[in-house]
Structures are given as C-alpha cells and as structure tokens.
Design a protein around this ligand. Structure first.
Ligand code: DGY
Length: 323
C-alpha cells in the first residue's frame, strides 16, 4: 500500500523529521518560512495529512475548495485556535494537538517572565549592557517580592496546574484559580488553591495574574481595559497562552499610565509583530513565543504528532483528537 502523503509546514527537530520520513511519503517546507493561505489551501488538496503549527492560519476560507484530500490536521502544538475546527469538521478532517509534553516547559517560561518582571531583570540587563550601571546602591532597581505573594491563574488545565505547582510549592505563593468548569477539590488541594467564580472576582485579589486559557474567539480580549482596571496598581500580568487573550492596546495604556505594575508576554496578537507601544514600555518583559522551546520538548511534540498520525492511519481514534 502507498505510504500516506504528509506535509510538515515548518522545519522540525532532525530526529523527528528522520523518523517521519521512514513512515510516510514526507514533504518538508525546507525554507521554513510561514506558508501562505494559498499554499495551505493547495496542501489540503494534495496531502493526506497536513501538520501545521501556530504560524499557519487555517480560517474557514482555506477549507473552501472543491475537493480536499487531507483527512487529518495533526497540529504541532497544544494551542489550535489558528485552525477553524468547525470548518475542518464540515470537510470530514480530524484535528489533533500535542498536550502534556510541553506543560512543564511552558510553565517554566511563565515563571521566568514573572520573576523577570517582578525583579526588574530585563531593565537591569539593559542598563548593564548599555554601560549605564553605576554600581550597587540601596535604592537601585528595587522590585517586588514574589515569594508569599498571591498568584491568580486563569485557565487551570495542565499548564495552569504546572504553574501552580511551581508557584505554590517552590515560592510559597497563595493560588487563586478561575476556570470555566469546576476544578475537583482534590486537584485544588494539591496547591492549596481556591477557585473563584469569575475573572472579576480574581483580578482585584492578585499580585500576579498568569493566563493559561485557550485562545480563539471565546477568549479574545478576555483581558481588556475594564478588567485591567480591576487589577491592583502594583500587580503584574503574565501571558504565555495566546496573544489574542489580551487587548494589547489596552495593556500598553495600563503600563504607560501605571494602572498595573508591569507585564510579561511570550505571545502576541499578530506574531511576529509587537506593537511599538509595547516595545517602549520599561515595566514589560517580552519573549518571542518560547514557551515550548527546549530541545527535549520540541522532539516530544514531534513524536506526539507521529503517534497521532499512526493512530489515525491504523484506523484508530487519534489519542489527542480535538475535533
Ligand atoms: C503551543 O503548543 O500551543 C505553542 O504555543 C506553540 O504553538
């Protein structure tokens, strides 16, 4: 039987590419430039499986072609808000993602941002590299103590819980949780966490707020001007989820006028574009979407995609089917 024709839309770790090439009739986008909508639409007509990433946009229009050959979109990443899953479903295309394997590393990056912005590490590094450091003094770049502070976690799935584990057990933080469904008492008990009813209840009580909910239309601008106003004036916002969850314009204003203490962002609304208003803010740490970027995790993500494809082409329900 002919091997399934599979398209990998970006370069992946060499070990995963090599394994995939053994199993499938594999094409790789060797230029590693984001594909255009018309490239993706063409791929849906030509390949049995397309393996997109967060840089590939698959809105409903992309699926609008006379005939699709693709039967599965096996996404390389846990977030899949760049794929219109309803449109995929209506064309009989399954969608999978890569949960679990990146939770720890993404929580590490959220902790990194939280510590960096609270302890003014980005400002300090810029000062030192620019040759502006004049030496130790008691009032120099004093920041905010993280240990023992209150952390609000919005979205308490695997990554939110990995964040709670670090913050509570490592830093003695008090954990408040907001999640769309009720969290089991034994899960909350692991982190001595309290679940609150709404984002409005959570924000005024926190010294730090970390976002771990999915992106997509339902959570677009979940953090907007009105909600930023509910945060304490010295509180910090951390986003490692999806850029669209935060209204960047409203955040830039809040940082500029000091209505919140600062923010740490790993994700942006229109990646790789970062608005000038954010680039100019000193009380902000910016990272280029590094959440899952460790060698081990990027390999694990690739092998998880492979496992989903193997399930699918063996006639089983893929283990991480999301649509
Ligand atoms: C994820 O896995 O969702 C990362 O953000 C990369 O897409």
């Amino acid at each position: 039987m002919a091997k399934p024709k599979v398209l990998v839309t970006r370069r992946w770790p060499a070990a995963v590419e090599a394994k995939m090439a053994e199993v499938f009739d594999l094409s790789i986008n060797r230029d590693d430039r984001p594909l255009t909508a018309s490239d993706i639409r063409g791929a849906l007509g030509d390949y049995d499986a397309v393996l997109p990433t967060v840089t590939d946009r698959l809105p409903a229009q992309v699926f609008d072609l006379p005939q699709t050959r693709t039967r599965i979109l096996a996404n390389y990443g846990v977030g899949f808000s760049h794929i219109d899953t309803e449109a995929a479903k209506s064309r009989g295309i399954a969608v999978t993602n890569t949960p679990d394997v990146l939770s720890e590393c993404t929580a590490d990056i959220a902790m990194t941002l939280m510590l960096m912005v609270a302890r003014r590490a980005g400002e300090g590094e810029r000062e030192l590299r620019d040759g502006r450091w004049t030496g130790w003094r008691p009032t120099h770049l004093v920041g905010t103590k993280v240990s023992g502070a209150t952390l609000g976690i919005i979205g308490f799935g695997r990554i939110g819980q990995a964040m709670a584990q670090r913050a509570h057990h490592g830093f003695g933080m008090k954990i408040l949780v907001q999640n769309r469904s009720a969290i089991a008492p034994e899960v909350l008990a692991r982190y001595n966490a309290e679940q609150v009813a709404s984002v409005e209840d959570l924000l005024p009580r926190c010294d730090f707020v970390s976002l771990h909910c999915p992106g997509g239309a339902a959570n677009r601008h979940l953090i907007n001007a009105r909600r930023l106003d509910l945060m304490k004036p010295d509180a910090f916002l951390i986003n490692t989820a999806r850029g669209e969850v935060v209204d960047e314009h409203a955040l830039a204003q809040a940082l500029w006028f000091g209505t919140i203490g600062g923010a740490g962002l790993d994700v942006f609304e229109r990646e790789p574009v970062v608005p000038d208003a954010l680039l100019g803010a000193d009380n902000l740490v910016l990272l280029p979407h590094l959440g899952s970027a460790t060698r081990q995790t990027r390999e694990d993500m690739g092998f998880r995609v492979l496992a989903n494809l193997t399930d699918f082409f063996d006639g089983k329900t893929p283990r991480d089917r999301v649509a």
